[in-house]
Ligand binder design. Structure first.
Ligand SMILES: Nc1ncnc2c1ncn2[C@@H]1O[C@H](COP(=O)(O)OP(=O)(O)OP(=O)(O)O)[C@@H](O)[C@H]1O
Length: 363
């Protein structure tokens, strides 16, 4: 059924699915606009791949509807097959044909296009992904990043309404991942296809996504931009998916949030009661804050250890506050910050990176 006024590249409406008797995803609703990159993020087993398989037609919903480019492709278990859907998929292992050259790999999927048009289009996308001079190479002679770009070119050449990508960077060397993700984002935005990308890595989702859908146990638990997740996580679970954090118990009373670290103005949405306080490791600052000083609290800290790790400095410290006698925290900061074990230093907390949730919220 065609719905010509629906501008979404894909729309899920109340989709639920089971493997046998076990529910995998429940009441999933979202839509993605043309040109938008959306990451499905969540821990192992939360249902990311199942959503991709439902979008592609490899699984059928138990209930709910799916529309792609305005066409209904699933109405409960009644579905149209994968080959009838305007989609392209990129897998973890790229699935390139080893006996075909780069250009033959890209041309292979373009069976419905005239022969001249096939080569013209393949040449154009290979140029776009930076492989314009590698047409005649075989996959085994390419680096992981180049193979990933061939897989991407092959998917893009089909001009799909929707690209589906399942952990497409997981086989790449860690040093290559950052640059290949940047390139992929540029290429996908340049092509204007809508993309659903599955990942369990918050950093990857933050780097690539225009919008993130965070899943837990088959449900969407938060939806928003990477900034929303960094600065406005809805639950401790969502906060922890985007970097290292520390947790404390606290209480909200008379408009104040009180914890072992001190007290400050409570978030307006919590009027009173016990709370879980989650603090990003980047919230602790060992130099005078230059930005928004009224957002900071200050205390003396005893430095236990400070070392360089993965391009950052990691410092373990204990606040010299009577209520923090047995508490140690970790700060992530610039590698060049001068700081040594044994020192006592003033430490500021950036309150914008401290979150409070009513006890027991979405663990
Ligand atoms: N073929 C299957 N048969 C039965 N249960 C399945 C099958 N595939 C997945 N499941 C279950 O469905 C749930 C969702 O699985 P899914 O593969 O969608 O999760 P995921 O978030 O993609 O996980 P991962 O990150 O580990 O790939 C899990 O509980 C999983 O064990």
């Amino acid at each position: 059924m065609k719905n010509s006024v629906d501008p979404a590249a894909i729309r899920f409406e109340g989709v639920s699915h089971r493997y046998g008797k076990s529910p995998s995803v429940t009441d999933i609703s979202f839509s993605i606009q043309p040109g938008e990159i959306v990451c499905l993020l969540g821990p192992s087993g939360c249902g990311k791949t199942t959503i991709l398989r439902l979008a592609s037609g490899l699984e059928a919903p138990e209930t709910g509807k799916i529309f792609i480019a305005g066409n209904q492709v699933a109405n409960g278990p009644k579905v149209s097959p994968p080959e009838k859907r305007p989609i392209s998929m990129v897998f973890q292992d790229y699935a390139l044909f080893p006996h075909l050259t780069v250009i033959q790999n890209v041309v292979f999927g373009l069976k419905r296009v005239s022969p001249q048009e096939r080569y013209r289009r393949a040449t154009q996308v290979l140029e776009h992904v930076g492989l314009g001079t590698s047409h005649d190479r075989f996959p085994h002679t390419l680096s992981g990043g180049q193979q990933q770009r061939v897989a991407l070119a092959r998917a893009i050449a089909l001009r799909p309404a929707l690209m589906l990508m399942d952990e497409p960077f997981s086989n790449l060397d860690i040093n290559l991942r950052f640059s290949v993700r940047e390139e992929t984002r540029r290429i996908l935005h340049g092509e204007g296809s809508a993309t659903i990308l599955v990942t369990h890595d918050g950093e990857e989702a933050a780097q690539l996504a225009d919008r993130i859908l965070l899943l837990d146990h088959g449900h969407i638990v938060q939806e928003g931009s990477p900034e929303d997740f960094y600065f406005r996580p809805a639950t401790p679970f969502a906060a922890r998916f985007f970097g290292e954090t520390a947790s404390l118990s606290g209480i909200v009373e008379n408009g104040l949030l009180k914890s072992a670290l001190g007290e400050w103005e409570a978030p307006s949405e919590i009027s009173s009661g016990s709370v879980d306080v989650v603090i990003r490791d980047q919230a602790f600052v060992f130099r005078e804050p230059h930005e928004a000083p009224d957002y900071h609290l200050c205390f003396e800290a005893k430095i236990h250890e400070s070392r360089v790790m993965g391009g950052r400095r990691v410092t373990e410290f204990q606040p010299l506050i009577p209520t923090c006698e047995n508490l140690r925290f970790r700060a992530f900061h610039r590698m060049t910050t001068r700081i040594k074990a044994g020192e006592t230093r003033p430490c500021w907390i950036d309150r914008r990176l401290v979150f409070a949730f009513p006890k027991g919220t979405g663990e």
